[in-house]
Design a protein around this ligand. Structure first.
Ligand SMILES: Nc1ncnc2c1ncn2[C@@H]1O[C@H](COP(=O)(O)OP(=O)(O)OP(=O)(O)O)[C@@H](O)[C@H]1O
Length: 471
């Protein structure tokens, strides 16, 4: 988006600030803090949110045990972590969350405890926030909550942010959630001279499960004095696809803004909508369809004629997981294919944790001179996957007094046994010994390295069966 804006304005770096809600709200809050130290006492601050999310879950797990909220955590499809995040984004306070639990769960969950679920939840979440505050365990939601709290509480904070921008554009407005909307209203109050420009399509709302609400776009003219421009021409696709899209969308069940897109490209083409019971049948359908299309015109390369021209087909997919069946179907039938950005979708490389670790191994193998920093990254990564906290790992490195790398490993196993709930250090031992061999230039079966890596407790938890089997 930033690139597009710069291109449009014909400059390399424009003054237009392009960012997500989280990024913008965090930046505004930091600007406020520079003006007045009073804001430093709001909510949970400091720390890095990537690490924070992990530590938050760790602390939460401990507290779920302490307050015996295990049954509540496992109740229905949402965990406590997901519920709290959802409620936070819905703009609920802790008291409102507690009331909701009292109403909907206290009589449903029977865990033989002396206090109801709602009371224990309330104590737990307050203790969690206290721990988070003391240890600066920040999660992404904090960026939203802190700015909202500051704006709600301090009129000079509102005044500052209201004068900060000449215009505010919000794209994909159908995905806004109540907490973001309430904050936007404080940044840009609905007055005659509002400077808010929103773009969105209520039919493209996909984050309702995270609290986004397409009604905000529909109700926008009731809140703000608006001028509306309807962009009803579709330049992206040909007529049949646009018509098919209109037809599918007309079945959307929310109280939608009635509309239908008009295709700019009038060429005919063909669009077929097929409902398949699973990804395997879907892959079979795609394959036989691409064979039909490929037969229309054979593929000729250096006088060799292939009866089916597979270069005529492209498969677009929504998530990597859907692709596993497609790969299998292609492999079974021996169909040639290429993948854009191969390393992102193939087997083990589709697993983010693995990709990160793989980058570290490459650095270790190709580095010259002192390797300690590369071993340090690899160990920090591996110990993290054993649920040892970053803080504990850092402290451990600081106090480490050993002569050789094999002594470091021995200390690392001891750390796992001391700090991790999993005491099985075998995968870690095997993993590190293979990496040592790799570093020494000996041949190593990378599949084995990956298998040990996948046996680390946290990786095991994160990886789905499908991903594991795909590998
Ligand atoms: N006026 C135009 N003339 C020709 N092509 C256009 C025009 N406007 C947009 N396009 C092309 O149509 C495609 C979609 O444009 P764009 O991403 O701006 O649409 P959008 O409405 O923001 O899409 P979405 O609803 O997915 O957010 C792009 O390839 C763009 O280059």
């Amino acid at each position: 988006m930033e690139g597009r804006v710069n291109l449009f304005l014909g400059v390399e770096n424009s003054k237009v600030n392009v960012s997500t809600f989280h990024g913008t709200f965090m930046s505004l809050f930091n600007q406020l803090k520079k003006q007045n130290p009073a804001y430093s006492s709001i909510g949970v601050q400091g720390g890095n949110a990537d690490e924070g999310e992990f530590e938050y879950k760790r602390e939460l797990r401990k507290l779920i045990n302490k307050y015996n909220l295990y049954k509540f955590d496992k109740n229905n499809e949402k965990t406590i972590f997901e519920r709290v995040s959802f409620w936070t984004n819905m703009g609920c306070s802790i008291d409102e969350m507690t009331d909701y639990i009292e109403k909907h769960f206290d009589s449903v969950i029977d865990d033989k405890a002396d206090r109801p679920v709602s009371v224990r939840f309330n104590s737990m979440i307050n203790e969690l926030n206290q721990i988070r505050k003391e240890n600066e365990i920040v999660v992404y939601d904090d960026f939203l909550i802190n700015l909202y709290a500051a704006l709600l509480q301090y009129s000079e904070a509102r005044e500052f942010v209201q004068n900060r921008y000449d215009y505010i554009f919000i794209d994909e407005f159908q995905d806004i959630n109540p907490l973001q909307m309430e904050t936007v209203k404080l940044i840009c109050p609905p007055t005659i001279s509002s400077k808010l420009i929103i773009v969105g399509d209520d039919d493209q709302s996909i984050y309702a499960f995270r609290g986004s609400d397409p009604n905000y776009i529909k109700d926008f003219p009731n809140l703000y004095n608006t001028q509306e421009i309807r962009l009803m021409r579709n330049y992206r696709s040909k007529k049949k696809i646009v018509d098919a899209g209109n037809w599918v969308i007309s079945y959307n069940e929310h109280d939608r803004i009635q509309k239908s897109m008009d295709a700019f490209h009038k060429d005919d083409g063909e669009a077929i909508i097929v409902e398949c019971p699973d990804t395997k049948e879907e892959a079979q359908w795609i394959l036989s369809r691409s064979q039909e299309i490929g037969k229309l015109e054979p593929f000729v390369l250096e006088d060799k004629v292939e009866p089916i021209n597979y270069t005529k087909s492209t498969v677009l997919y929504r998530s990597r997981r859907q692709l596993q069946s497609m790969f299998q179907a292609l492999d079974v039938k021996g169909v040639p294919y290429v993948i854009e950005k191969m390393d992102d979708v193939m087997g083990i490389f589709s697993i983010q944790d693995f990709n990160n670790a793989f980058g570290m191994w490459q650095e270790l193998v190709t580095s010259e001179g002192n390797k300690f920093q590369f071993w340090r990254s690899i160990l920090t990564n591996a110990l993290g996957h054993y649920f040892v906290s970053n803080r504990a790992i850092e402290q451990w490195f600081e106090n480490l007094e050993v002569a050789s790398i094999s002594d470091v490993f021995l200390e690392a196993y001891a750390l796992v046994i001391e700090k991790s709930k999993t005491k099985d250090t075998l995968p870690l031992k095997q993993y590190l010994s293979l990496l040592i061999s790799l570093k020494q230039g000996k041949p190593v079966n990378m599949k084995e390295v990956a298998e040990h890596f996948l046996a680390f407790p946290r990786v095991k938890e994160n990886v789905t069966d499908e991903e594991r089997n795909g590998f």
